[in-house]
Design a protein around this ligand. Structure first.
Ligand code: CAA
Length: 259
């Protein structure tokens, strides 16, 4: 049972946590309550050894149509600056275990930005990504200008931010924004199956793979390669490394301990 009001959280026995944004009347607009509940749910997931992958999804019509415009409209600079508005999303991106965004329908503004915070996105063929903040007289504020540019390159990111036009699922796939596109009615099945695959891997190796791929955004190639090698060496201090290699030689699946 979920103790939250704006999200639903289901922890499954196969190690996958499903989090569903649940403000359907507002197309899952991301207000402060949603953020607060997501921070709590993601921290709980990260600290729960029984859970090894998480899927974040929305509704058929909207993953999320952005930050809540009604909550922001009367704010001034002092309010936003003092509250470090949106700063809390860094707690979500600090999640060390893997998580996937399963996106159908609108992923606009903050919705697109949250999807891009995930380790990867699986999209329904109905998905529409966009950064329409310019039409509200502002800019992305949850990392969109940076993550979108990293994902699709300057030309497409600049075009999307300056025109507010949406990008469909197929273009998102060919541009590198999403990992996979599936028919809308298969979205959750596909995302959950992928999450179960990841949940079946050695947990420390999953965390380390995530950490090193993310390091590619922050480091030079030489630093990143060194970082990768040190972390790779470090895994040779884990029981799961010896178990994984032994299991391969014995032609059986690994029995992971997460240590
Ligand atoms: N914030 C608050 N409420 C929102 C919302 C948002 N981002 N998006 C939709 N809603 C609300 C609408 O106000 C409407 O509520 P009422 O029934 O009370 O009027 C309800 O959700 C349904 O929306 P629509 O009637 O507009 O639905 P539609 O099917 O006609 O249009 C849409 C869908 C094209 C997604 C349209 O809702 C829309 O353009 N939404 C806003 C998209 C946007 O500008 N997002 C960026 C927000 S700013 C941001 O995210 C900043 C940042 O960088 C983080």
């Amino acid at each position: 049972m979920s103790q939250y009001e704006t999200i639903l959280v289901e922890k499954q026995s196969d190690g996958v946590t499903l989090v569903t944004l649940n403000r359907p009347k507002a197309l899952n607009a991301l207000n402060s309550q949603v953020l607060g509940e997501l921070i709590e749910a993601f921290a709980d997931y990260d600290g729960d050894d029984s859970q090894r992958c998480l899927v974040l999804t929305g509704s058929e019509k909207a993953f999320a149509a952005g930050a809540d415009i009604k909550e922001m409209q009367d704010q001034g600079f002092a309010d936003m600056y003092k509250a470090n508005f949106f700063g809390g999303w860094e707690k979500v991106t600090a999640t060390r275990k893997p998580w996937i965004a399963a996106v159908a329908g609108y992923a606009l503004g903050g919705g697109c930005e949250v999807a891009m915070m995930a380790d990867f996105i699986i999209a329904a063929d109905s998905a529409k990504f966009g950064q329409p903040e310019i039409k509200l007289g502002v800019t992305p504020g949850m990392g969109g200008s940076q993550r979108l540019t990293h994902a699709v390159g300057k030309a497409k990111a600049m075009h999307m931010c300056l025109t507010g036009e949406m990008m469909g699922a197929e273009e998102a796939l060919s541009s590198g924004l999403v990992a996979k596109v599936v028919p809308a009615d298969k979205l959750l099945d596909e995302a959950m199956a992928t999450a179960r695959t990841i949940a079946g891997m050695a947990p420390l190796a999953a965390m380390a793979n995530k950490e090193m791929v993310n390091a590619a955004y922050e480091m030079t190639l030489a630093e990143g390669i060194k970082f990768e090698r040190r972390l790779f060496h470090g895994l040779f201090g884990t029981e799961d490394q010896s178990e994984g290699m032994k299991a391969f030689v014995e032609k059986r699946p690994g029995n992971w301990k997460g240590k």
